[in-house]
Design a protein around this ligand. Structure first.
Ligand SMILES: C[S@@+](CC[C@H](N)C(=O)[O-])C[C@H]1O[C@@H](n2cnc3c(N)ncnc32)[C@H](O)[C@@H]1O
Length: 233
């Protein structure tokens, strides 16, 4: 590990807006904050929005700036990336952006029934051979159903045509209520410049430099629906 990374990890331990649970605190058990984020962390009853695979947390920080009446939690396992978002939130005094360092595989240990209002998944790893590991697979959506408010909005941004197709296949297979699907967010000038879809993440900037088209999908998820995985294409 580089010196810089070590310094960031050490500094992050002192950040009041970063939560880094130990494995044994979440594996096969509920974390102490489950069902208590409003009272124990945010000290308000504003709706909670997650950014999954947040990396440096551009959505968490930008949305928190724009929507002070909502609470945002960026979640990722990579601490060195998360340091950036957490540091910015601290420097700018953004109280409604929090970071949680954990594997998203344990996410049901963290949130209680109806605790989350919406989810952003920003540039998930494509996992070409293991659909079930994708953060938008039916396996993960079934996890999210356990703690979202009914018909919560789920937002996906990706550069990856396979992930885009796969997301739309899940939506079709399960007759899910599609809100929006767009193949080239930055290419169309229908959108207003300040549209939240135009926020750019670290990976997104690199994909744009490589001339990739950024795709966006939004849908509402019925928390009671039993989801079927689409057939492989
Ligand atoms: C391609 S990067 C995108 C990062 C950021 N959203 C961006 O757009 O710049 C994918 C991120 O998802 C995180 N990730 C993937 N699977 C994860 C999992 N199961 N649990 C926690 N983090 C995960 C990785 O650590 C990585 O930071």
């Amino acid at each position: 590990m580089t010196k810089n990374k070590l310094a960031r990890f050490a500094e992050m331990k002192t950040f009041p807006n970063v939560i880094e649970p130990e494995f044994q605190e979440v594996f096969d058990r509920d974390y102490r904050l489950k069902g208590r984020w409003h009272e124990a962390v945010f000290e308000n009853d504003h709706p909670i929005v997650l950014e999954l695979g947040c990396g440096k947390g551009e959505y968490t920080v930008n949305l928190a700036r724009r929507y002070p009446d909502h609470n945002f939690i960026g979640i990722d396992i990579k601490g060195a990336r998360m340091w950036r978002g957490a540091k910015t939130a601290l420097e700018e005094n953004i109280p409604n952006a929090i970071f949680l360092r954990t594997r998203i595989d344990f996410i049901t240990s963290f949130f209680g029934k109806e605790e989350v209002k919406a989810i952003w998944v920003t540039f998930p790893d494509p996992q070409p051979k293991k659909a079930r590991k994708r953060l938008i697979s039916t396996k993960f959506l079934t996890y999210y159903q356990q703690f979202i408010q009914n018909n919560a909005a789920i937002h996906l941004k990706t550069d990856n045509p396979n992930i885009y197709r796969y997301m739309l296949a899940i939506i079709r297979e399960n007759k899910i209520n599609l809100l929006h699907a767009e193949n080239d967010v930055h290419g169309s000038d229908n959108n207003q410049l300040n549209d939240i879809r135009k926020i750019q993440t670290f990976y997104e900037k690199q994909f744009l430099e490589d001339q990739k088209k950024i795709k966006y999908v939004a849908f509402t998820l019925d928390k009671h629906q039993k989801l079927k995985e689409p057939p492989d294409d």
